[in-house]
Design a protein around this ligand. Structure first.
Ligand code: SF4
Ligand code: SF4
Length: 361
């Protein structure tokens, strides 16, 4: 198959659904989690949940980097943004995320704060040169985007630039998967592993999942990718044999991107960090090594970690763990909508609440 339409072929999708129905053991429930926000979006968009047998549950996980960013990190960004001598540089998905006082970068920008949206972190260099102000790139993301934040930090050091900083808020996926697996109340049987993250990490990070007799399939974002992965996971459970599988070979090499992995190791170390709704997870955050401290926005602006406090009334925590369907949150479509989001899971296009609002209301 070469083209996107091939991965949406109706006939093949029907064949896969028949195979899944034939394979599924109806005396039990299979509970698989989409780790990645784009999988959640695809599952909702193509209505896959409703096509699967009732005893196969697809639950959404912590796969959107914006959604899992804890409130103190969001508030720290607002604190820097409110300073006259600072420019904030960010990807567009952060612009409407609410702070604990109801503010957002969008509102601060309307009030005169210097906030720029970019597609590439390296654009931060040009902006800093033009303004001469302390310019901070907001490094939020998983292993997918962390290498670009690392590349920016490295370039800043090499060029000897003194007014460009990075807020090191990137997080890593294997550690959160460990936490989810260890929580027996979640009863996760396997993971649809994040396609883009795996492009960087490769497959080995998922060995810990299969070692615990859970399935792990790296997959793409089209219906046939997802349905064939579900079939594989059901088969693995029925056989009681677990092996990490790569069903996204058109993008993911088994060993990942070794250059990006080396860059991450050179610039960052793995530190304990806070996740919205999931608490503090050991070694799941990427912080700057001593050699890169001069680029660290936390050090530059004296920002201390203040721990997890989530927005009152927002159930993002339970949604991110797959404990609650977004539509079960009392605020869903009742004070929280994509047009007027109360919690971050409704803001980001990859957020579970946003996906449910758009496709599964
Ligand atoms: S960055 Fe990629 S892997 Fe991560 S949530 Fe988004 S689409 Fe999924
Ligand atoms: S619907 Fe809104 S308030 Fe409820 S969990 Fe989702 S983002 Fe939070």
């Amino acid at each position: 198959m070469k083209f996107v339409k091939d991965f949406r072929d109706r006939e093949l999708a029907e064949k896969l659904l028949t195979a899944i129905n034939r394979e599924a053991d109806f005396s039990r429930v299979y509970r698989f989690m989409e780790v990645c926000g784009s999988h959640t979006m695809a599952v909702s968009r193509f209505g896959l949940r409703s096509l699967l047998p009732k005893n196969i549950e697809l639950v959404s996980g912590p796969g959107c980097p914006v959604c899992v960013t804890p409130q103190w990190e969001i508030d720290a960004i607002f604190e820097i943004a409110s300073r006259d001598d600072a420019t904030i540089v960010t990807f567009g998905d952060m612009i409407r995320v609410p702070g604990s006082r109801g503010e957002s970068l969008q509102k601060l920008r309307a009030d005169g704060a210097d906030i720029r949206i970019v597609f590439s972190p390296l654009d931060t260099l040009k902006i800093a040169e033009e303004t001469g102000k302390n310019t901070v790139f907001i490094g939020i993301g998983f292993e997918t985007t962390a290498p670009t934040a690392a590349a920016l930090a490295k370039t800043v050091k090499e060029l000897g630039r003194t007014n460009v900083f990075v807020a090191p808020f990137c997080k890593t996926v294997p550690e959160v998967m460990d936490v989810l697996l260890a929580d027996e109340t979640l009863e996760i049987d396997g993971f649809l592993c994040p396609g883009h993250v795996s492009v960087v990490t490769g497959l080995d990070i998922y060995n810990a999942v299969t070692a615990q007799k859970r399935s792990a399939v790296v997959t793409g974002f089209e219906p046939l990718d997802i349905l064939s992965s579900v079939l594989e996971m059901v088969r693995q459970h029925n056989r009681g044999e677990y092996e990490v599988k790569n069903f996204y070979t058109r993008a993911v090499r088994n060993e990942g991107n070794t250059k990006a992995q080396a860059l991450l190791k050179e610039v960052f170390y793995q530190a304990d960090t806070d996740w919205r709704g999931l608490g503090r997870i050991p070694k799941s955050g990427l912080r700057f090594r001593d050699e890169y401290k001069s680029v660290d926005a936390l050090a530059k602006f004296g920002i201390a970690e203040t721990g997890v406090t989530d927005l009152k009334g927002c159930k993002c925590g339970d949604v991110l763990k797959g404990k609650m369907k977004p539509s079960a949150c009392p605020m869903f479509d009742n004070g929280c909508t994509p047009q007027n989001p109360y919690g971050p899971c409704m803001v980001s296009s990859e957020g579970s609440c946003s996906a449910y609002y758009k496709y599964e209301r």
